[in-house]
Write a protein that binds this ligand. Structure first.
Ligand code: ATP
Length: 144
């Protein structure tokens, strides 16, 4: 099937968050390039996603060679390492990716991501917690 031609989306990091994100974007018919440095993760997801490559995303030259500069959007879904997420956002900024989304663990992390060029910062755990709280409360109203 022909993909939606909107410049494609790079997803960096195929942990729980990144892999669900990449999967959902693929199901929404978007061109996804997924990057993870872990060979097992790459192998696991290569059956399910169109393009999965093994690479260290903190390396600007590696991202350039993968053609990341031609994508309109990138999401840095790395969770554990603040350093890796900051260096990856910096590399994407240097490459001139027009829309950079990045996942933050804390407000300070978010500030640094903004300072190195992230356009949108997301807090998956906080946002999900908030959404579920609203969901629970609204569901409870059904039983009053
Ligand atoms: P989640 O909550 O989404 O599972 P996490 O915090 O448990 O995330 P991380 O340790 O951040 O997971 O790793 C997420 C994914 O990012 C892993 O699959 C890991 O291999 C990958 N990853 C970590 N560092 C890099 C890097 N420098 N370049 C590419 N991929 C990376």
């Amino acid at each position: 099937a022909r993909k939606t031609d909107d410049g494609g989306i790079v997803v960096i990091g195929l942990g729980r968050f990144g892999s669900h994100l990449a999967d959902a974007l693929t199901k929404l018919d978007h061109e996804v390039l997924a990057v993870d440095r872990n060979q097992e993760r790459v192998q696991h997801w290569s059956d399910r996603l169109d393009r999965v490559v093994q690479a260290d995303a903190t390396e600007e030259d590696v991202l350039r060679q993968l053609g990341v500069a031609d994508f309109r959007r990138a999401v840095v879904a790395l969770g554990a390492s603040v350093e890796a997420s900051v260096l990856t956002v910096l590399a994407l900024t240097e490459l001139g990716v027009p829309q950079i989304w990045a996942r933050a663990n804390s407000e300070k992390h978010a500030k640094i991501l903004g300072a190195v060029g992230a356009h949108h910062v997301i807090f998956p755990e906080a946002e999900t917690g908030e959404r579920v709280a609203h969901l629970i409360v609204s569901k409870m109203l059904d039983f009053i």
